[in-house]
Design a protein around this ligand. Structure first.
Ligand SMILES: Cc1cc2nc3c(=O)[nH]c(=O)nc-3n(C[C@H](O)[C@H](O)[C@H](O)COP(=O)(O)O)c2cc1C
Length: 329
């Protein structure tokens, strides 16, 4: 199956099937402490934050979803337009197709969004399949990105036919890349989480931020099972529907032990109040992927903007009304 067809299938399946992980994102284990007397003017209450040296309206971002195909570019155009208007960061999905086919995106992302943080994206495992530092640089340059995201998706590669399953020596390759790369390198998972120990090792070798992309949202074992017509592969994938570390657990465990690590929270964050919980337990930013896909797949920038505006307002209310966070017993 070509990568372009796989990408199309991913979107179709995420839109039409139940691909939510069988585990929860873990945020139900935390409660924002309600403050009945906020003593501030809500209209003047600011959610502004900064990310990669730029001011943003709120610590919320559009997580990587797609790239390379015609349909993917239309989706990304909507996401980038909405992000630009609302002044939120936008991460493109994997740029592998552009690198392999030696071409650039047709959408001028930087022109559409001149001042927001834009993030490039490649699979880290591709460093074992011919991708070089120059390819990483090209991914950044082709969209004039502020940072490069390398995604880790070992389970996804293991449960698909002909997946890229050689992860040997990747840590050293990531370290070498970080050494003199011109923009920050961020490492993320795709929905199974990054544990505390790995987060520490990655930041020690030069990774600037960790996007935990934990369990509780889109489950790629489910997505891959829907794509794969091979019954044996489907049977192998089945027990992994609840695999991974719930997002909230990733954030709190990393932050408690290593408060200096910059964490992006993603993985099943379904609204702005959950994003507020993520920030309160230690994340710098909260990312949304699947939640934005239905609006973006309609190629309707206004619909994406509306979705993001609702999330931003929920976030603002939750922050305004809470004085802290506690474990819910
Ligand atoms: C349709 C779709 C495609 C995705 N493609 C990528 C990708 O190319 N690169 C990547 O790092 N993550 C990718 N992801 C993972 C998301 O960035 C995110 O980490 C994960 O889906 C968890 O967030 P969610 O529960 O809000 O969807 C994709 C997610 C979706 C839904």
């Amino acid at each position: 199956m070509s990568i372009a067809l796989r990408k199309k299938n991913h979107i179709d399946i995420c839109l039409s099937k139940d691909v939510r992980s069988k585990t929860t994102n873990g945020f139900e284990k935390f409660r924002l402490i309600h403050n009945a007397l906020p003593e501030e003017d809500f209209t003047a209450f600011s959610t502004e934050s900064s990310f990669l040296g730029k001011k943003i309206s709120a610590p919320l971002m559009i997580s990587s979803m797609t790239g390379g195909t015609e349909e993917g570019e239309q989706i990304n155009r909507c996401l980038a337009e909405a992000a630009a208007e609302l002044n939120l960061p936008f991460a493109i999905g994997s740029q592998r197709i552009y690198i392999q086919e030696k071409r650039n995106p047709r959408v001028p992302y930087r022109k559409i969004a001149p001042s927001i943080p834009i993030l490039a994206n490649l699979g880290a495992v591709q460093l074992n399949y011919g991708f070089t530092r120059d390819d990483c640089l090209r991914a950044v340059e082709m969209i004039d990105a502020d940072a490069l995201i390398l995604h880790l998706n070992p389970l996804q590669e293991l449960i698909q036919q002909n997946g890229d399953t050689d992860f040997s020596g990747l840590m050293n390759k990531i370290a070498a890349l970080c050494h003199d790369f011109p923009v920050p390198v961020i490492v993320k998972e795709v929905g199974w989480g990054i544990n505390c120990r790995l987060a520490k090792i990655l930041t020690d070798i030069g990774v600037s931020m960790i996007d935990v992309a934990g369990a509780g949202g889109t489950s790629w074992s489910k997505v891959e099972s829907f794509i794969c017509e091979n019954i044996r592969m489907q049977r192998i994938a089945e027990p992994f529907d609840d695999w991974g570390i719930p997002t909230a657990e990733c954030i709190s465990s990393i932050h408690e032990k290593y408060p200096e690590i910059e964490i992006i929270a993603s993985g099943g964050i379904s609204n702005g109040a959950e994003a507020a919980k993520a920030i309160r337990i230690g994340a710098k930013l909260a990312g949304f992927a699947a939640r934005l896909l239905p609006a973006a797949s309609g190629k309707n920038t206004e619909a994406v903007k509306e979705e993001l505006s609702v999330i931003m307002q929920q976030y603002k209310i939750a922050q305004f009304l809470s004085s802290g966070i506690e474990k819910a017993e």
